[in-house]
Design a protein. Structure first.
Length: 244
């Protein structure tokens, strides 16, 4: 029974996130239903990281075991023929039997994108957060350095029904500008719920001058969510890569 890993690209705009939900359209639902049509067996996907409603992915990873011996290129072709236009499989790969997309992941890279100009975009509206005011990107970069390393990120942890250990390790934060698009790329061993969106919101407050120089370190040490900036909308967030 081979263990297969999918690399998946999707636009999360029309979906209630990754995870299967009753009476809700999700990425996992669509993929598992499509796999069942092709393989004629029930499939349960193990995903690297569950994305929320409206969040996108360039290279999500998920694996499953199957009795089928269908060639991998034909499986990818069949999936992409049946899947909707906003979900596509870029790669199918055979992996070791004990491979687990979630537990084998060493880190994930998320990108938050801000459209920073005086007018919004008709084409990019579902994929960026529009912000028309001036931003001090240099200050944002300097303040972001305080987050790199192993820390308690409780200040950037959204409330959940169950408690989670707030200690995470951010390996890198890169803030880059491509004309009017500002990208905030964060790589970490794992992420808390809404962690990237909360960090992006805090960096935006710093860049617009609402938080003073040195604020990021103070916010981090406070371990108080109310001290940080707002969570930016999910539409600007994209899972870029899962590293193994």
């Amino acid at each position: 029974m081979p263990n297969l890993k999918l690399e998946i690209e999707y636009d999360g705009t029309r979906y209630y996130g990754w995870q299967v939900q009753k009476a809700s359209r999700t990425i996992q639902n669509i993929l598992e239903q499509t796999l069942k049509k092709i393989l004629q067996e029930d499939i349960k996907l193990i995903v690297a990281g569950r994305t929320d409603s409206g969040v996108h992915a360039l290279a999500q990873a998920a694996n499953f075991k199957t009795n089928s011996k269908i060639p991998l290129d034909k499986l990818r072709w069949g999936l992409n023929c049946l899947l909707p236009e906003d979900i596509k499989v870029s790669r199918v790969k055979k992996v070791p039997l004990d491979f687990n997309s979630r537990f084998w992941a060493k880190s994930k890279v998320y990108r938050y994108t801000i459209l920073n100009r005086k007018y919004s975009s008709a084409l990019l509206a579902d994929h960026v957060y529009f912000f028309p005011h001036h931003l001090d990107v240099g200050l944002m970069r300097r303040e972001a350095k305080a987050l790199v390393g192993k820390h308690n990120f409780k200040s950037f942890q959204a409330s959940e029904t169950r408690e989670r250990n707030p200690v995470r390790t951010i390996k890198s934060i890169k803030i880059s500008r491509d004309k009017n698009l500002l990208h905030i790329d964060i790589e970490a061993d794992s992420f808390l719920y809404n962690m990237v969106r909360n960090i992006a919101g805090t960096l935006l407050e710093i860049g617009r001058g609402r938080f003073a120089k040195g604020s990021m370190l103070k916010i981090l040490k406070s371990r108080n969510r109310s001290c940080a900036g707002p969570a930016l909308p999910s539409k600007g967030l994209c899972l870029m890569k899962v590293r193994y």
